[in-house]
Design a protein around this ligand. Structure first.
Ligand SMILES: *[C@@H]1O[C@H](CO)[C@@H](O)[C@H](O)[C@H]1NC(C)=O
Ligand SMILES: *[C@@H]1O[C@H](CO)[C@@H](O)[C@H](O)[C@H]1NC(C)=O
Ligand SMILES: *[C@@H]1O[C@H](CO)[C@@H](O)[C@H](O)[C@H]1NC(C)=O
Length: 378
């Protein structure tokens, strides 16, 4: 316990000057992705509901996020001095979309949604939603000033940051019906679809792209539970090797695509962010990073070693085997990397965002684009 407190304090002291020194100049953020950055779309769409203890560590209510608290995107918005992103589909409470709009929805894939997929909001649909959003904003602004304070101005669309964190469900979802070889062979098709979406945004004036690669999906409790029952399939960290190999191959090709786009779009900033390395480091060096459980889910059912049962999700109560059981939260979620077996805890998300904000996991590194970072004092 004492060691953990000490580590936490060091990381807080390390973080504060950093967060204060970064002066991102983006007036607005448009985000596209899956549950890693969904701030309420799938829930607003009425497709899923989230019960407590989701949200317990920060919002005190499930808040549409698959987490006990804030997501990586929430910490990044904070660092940019912008409010949390409202979900595009959240229609109640007159949400302001002036400083950003979130199109990410849990379960989404880059490829068109299959009939069995949780989310119909695949990447192309999210891009179409954005185009509709932009057209509506310009139409409403042209009519007068009534909704001005809720909407981005026309120039925000060119100056804004376009963030992407999608592909995890294409890769991890593939393993339910395909072999590793088939998944590897499908990656160019997945990325061609991604490139089409990026190009549609560029053609509409988007100029600042920030692309997250996909994490070590083989370390997600859900995948360890389903695909890791044979220990020979696991690596030293207890992660499913095939899943991580697919994620690495996807990331190599995604990186190559971002280099190509950097070359093609000479009037744009295309930044690649290596989430895989940050999350792998977190899991491999969990104890040094202040965590006690790298794989076991905090909120789940079944107890150690995984505390995960695919039949019952975090917060749910169900009759299993004739008795009523509940997937409950653990007592100290900040000691866990995994919140519900599929998504990271707020503590893990905070670690990942602090690492993103060092700039060293980006290509090009932030410091190349943002000279003010050189003023950092540690
Ligand atoms: C790229 O980023 C730099 C630094 O933030 C900024 O000065 C420049 O305007 C950006 N380029 C575009 C096309 O927005
Ligand atoms: C874990 O930490 C060590 C020492 O800092 C580092 O060399 C290693 O690369 C880390 N592991 C991962 C997977 O990043
Ligand atoms: C149901 O109960 C049987 C007998 O006790 C047990 O073998 C089995 O693992 C249980 N299944 C689940 C899903 O708990």
């Amino acid at each position: 316990m004492a060691a953990k407190t000490c580590i936490l304090q060091i990381s807080i002291f390390f973080l504060l000057p950093l967060a204060n020194s970064i002066h991102f100049k983006y007036p607005t953020v448009f985000n596209f992705g899956d549950s890693n950055s969904d701030t309420g779309n799938l829930v607003s769409a009425g497709i899923e509901t989230l019960a407590p203890p989701n949200g317990q560590s920060y919002f005190k209510t499930p808040s549409g996020r698959y987490c006990d608290g804030r997501l990586i995107v929430d910490f990044l918005m904070d660092a940019m001095n912008l409010p949390f992103l409202n979900a595009y589909l959240d229609s109640v409470g007159v949400p302001s979309f002036q400083r950003g709009c979130n199109f990410a929805a849990a379960g989404s894939t880059i490829l068109p949604a299959s009939p069995t997929s949780v989310s119909p909001f695949s990447f192309a649909v999210q891009v179409s939603q954005f185009l509709r959003f932009k057209a509506r904003v310009l139409e409403i602004l042209a009519k007068g000033k009534k909704f001005e304070k809720y909407l981005p101005t026309e120039d925000f669309f060119g100056k804004g940051l376009y963030m992407f964190d999608i592909g995890q469900n294409d890769i991890a979802g593939g393993f339910y019906s395909k072999t590793l070889e088939q998944i590897l062979a499908s990656i160019p098709t997945i990325l061609a679809e991604f490139e089409t979406g990026i190009k549609r945004l560029y053609d509409q004036g988007a100029r600042n792209f920030w692309i997250h690669n996909t994490g070590p999906v083989g370390c997600l409790t859900q995948n360890v539970a389903k695909f890791g029952t044979d220990p020979s399939k696991l690596d030293d960290q207890g992660c499913v090797r095939a899943h991580n190999q697919a994620a690495k191959t996807f990331n190599l090709q995604l990186h190559a695509l971002t280099k190509k786009l950097q070359g093609q779009y000479t009037d744009a900033n295309v930044t690649f962010v290596d989430i895989f390395s940050i999350k792998s480091n977190l899991i491999a060096n969990y104890s040094k990073n202040g965590f006690e459980q790298p794989i076991m889910a905090c909120c789940g059912y079944g107890g150690p070693p995984l505390n995960y049962d695919s039949q019952i999700s975090c917060g749910q109560t169900k009759v299993l085997n004739g008795s009523s059981v509940t997937a409950k939260g653990c007592s100290e979620s900040s000691a866990y990397v995994s919140w519900d077996g599929i998504h990271y805890t707020e503590a893990a998300n905070q670690f990942v965002s602090s690492q993103i904000l060092t700039g060293i996991y980006s290509d090009p590194p932030f410091s190349d684009q943002m000279p003010f970072l050189l003023d950092l004092k540690f």
